[in-house]
Write a protein that binds this ligand. Structure first.
Ligand SMILES: Nc1nc2c(c(=O)[nH]1)N[C@H]1C(S)=C(S)[C@@H](COP(=O)(O)OP(=O)(O)OC[C@H]3O[C@@H](n4cnc5c(N)ncnc54)[C@H](O)[C@@H]3O)O[C@H]1N2
Ligand code: MOO
Length: 398
């Protein structure tokens, strides 16, 4: 058994950024730029008004000053002339500030009578002009090391960049193994259960921006497993579920090995998730997850997410952890890092992490309710309520 950190390093060694492709910006949400986007113009490209009002000279900015309105500058249709002393141009938010004008007075601060405006007594200090290039200059390079967010897309669009170069989405093939499994909606025999884990793993993969396909269930015989692995041979990542342990029917390592898989490791000092394995099979990376539902989902978070991030071009790193206070006493931990399913709450601005009483690796109801995985390091002693602990949030957007 190797420690979780070492196992993660090993799986990440298998993951290099995928090839790149150019796509329309409209398709780029959640993708990772493989090359910087370069602004093809400054923003704003001209000094622009930040308010609706009148563009005037600084020297005319006095209470009671009377100015002649000589034209209009609207967004998309500027005023081509210049503003001299004693003159003003009607201007709207986003419109180019005409030559000569140095500030914009709010329309609320003037009185207009025909073509004349009179500045009021309480004038604002602010110029209400956005200088050209205030947001970014022409040639500005943008290369965030994150999945493109809604704001990132708007920024790239504003840079007048309609297409971007990104890493391919990882193609993840998910393969459940076991004679006991049938798909939801089928009629299980008396000794059968529903293959549930693939749905969680596919969703985790898709949340990370990968495409996921759930392959037909492989039976507990070598031929069926070989056939299923063959269906997955074009995948970037093959995730097998079950058949990873030491039972007579746990054939994944054996069949993958005879198909030419190079195993990086098998068995990790973690709970749940001990019989995890990883390696390479042909052009694919292979991640063999234990069959117990909670084990497979926890391994999906701890290993699959960082692997997909690396394949998509993000830095190789464990999932970020956060700090909180224990909501209850916990007993000493054993030799494996324990990822305890836990609930988060808030007390006086501090996050409180309370592990569920029931931690069985077959309890999907508990896993589904968990807000976080409380991390209990291997061999950690007993801990008391209120002590600081680390956890991995699972439901970040709620
Ligand atoms: N003698 C030992 N027995 C076991 C050990 C061990 O070290 N020595 N490890 C235990 C641990 S820990 C785990 S975890 C499990 C994992 O075993 P496998 O990966 O071989 O998984 P299976 O035996 O195939 O299945 C375990 C469990 O999960 C159910 N399962 C499998 N696939 C799915 C699926 N896609 N959806 C829903 N449920 C699934 C399966 O029916 C079993 O109930 O081994 C322990 N045993
Ligand atoms: O490692 Mo198993 O995943 O404890 O249930």
């Amino acid at each position: 058994m190797i420690p979780v950190e070492v196992a993660l390093e090993r799986v990440l060694e298998l993951c290099e950024p995928l090839a790149t492709e150019m796509i329309d910006l409209r398709e780029a949400a959640g993708r990772v730029l493989a090359e910087p986007a370069t602004a093809r113009r400054a923003q704003p490209p001209f000094a622009a008004s930040a308010m609706d009002g009148y563009a005037i000279r600084d020297a005319d900015h006095r209470p009671g000053c009377k100015l002649k309105v000589i034209g209009t500058s609207a967004a998309g249709r500027g005023y081509s002339g210049a503003v001299s002393l004693g003159e003003a141009v009607r201007i709207f938010t986003g419109a180019p500030v005409p030559e000569g004008a140095e500030r914009v007075v709010l329309q609320e601060d003037v009185e207009r009578d025909g073509d004349t405006i009179t500045l009021g007594n309480s004038l604002e200090e602010a110029r209400h002009v956005r200088p050209a290039g205030q947001d970014f200059e022409d040639g500005f390079r943008f290369h965030p090391r994150r999945r493109l967010s809604p704001a990132d897309l708007a920024l790239i669009a504003a840079m007048n960049v309609p297409r971007v170069t990104v890493h391919h989405r990882a193609d993840v093939a998910i393969l459940s193994t076991g004679d006991e499994l049938v798909m939801p909606g089928e009629t299980p025999g008396p000794d059968q259960i529903i293959a549930s884990n693939g749905f969680a793993l596919a969703a985790i993969a898709e949340e990370e921006g990968a495409t996921a396909r759930i392959l037909p269930i492989a039976r507990d015989d070598e031929e069926s497993l070989r056939y299923a692995l063959d269906l997955a041979r074009d995948a970037d990542l093959i995730v097998t579920i079950g058949g990873a342990s030491v039972g007579d029917h746990d054939l994944v390592a054996k069949v993958a090995g005879s198909a030419g898989a190079e195993q990086s490791f098998h068995k990790v000092a973690m709970r749940p998730g001990k019989p995890l394995m990883a390696g390479r099979l042909g052009r694919s990376i292979m991640l063999g997850l234990p069959g117990n539902p909670v084990s497979s989902i926890v391994c999906g978070h701890i290993f699959l997410r960082p692997m997909l991030r690396a394949l998509h071009g993000l830095p190789k790193a464990p999932l970020p952890t956060r700090r909180g206070r224990l909501g209850t006493d916990v007993a000493a931990n054993g030799p494996r890092t324990h990822f305890m399913r836990a609930r988060l709450s808030d007390a006086d601005g501090q996050t409180v992490v309370t592990p569920f009483d029931r931690q069985g690796s077959a309890l999907l109801t508990v896993m589904a309710d968990a807000d976080a995985l409380l991390i209990r390091p291997a061999q950690d002693g007993p801990r008391e309520r209120g002590e600081e602990v680390r956890f991995i949030p699972l439901k970040t957007l709620e």
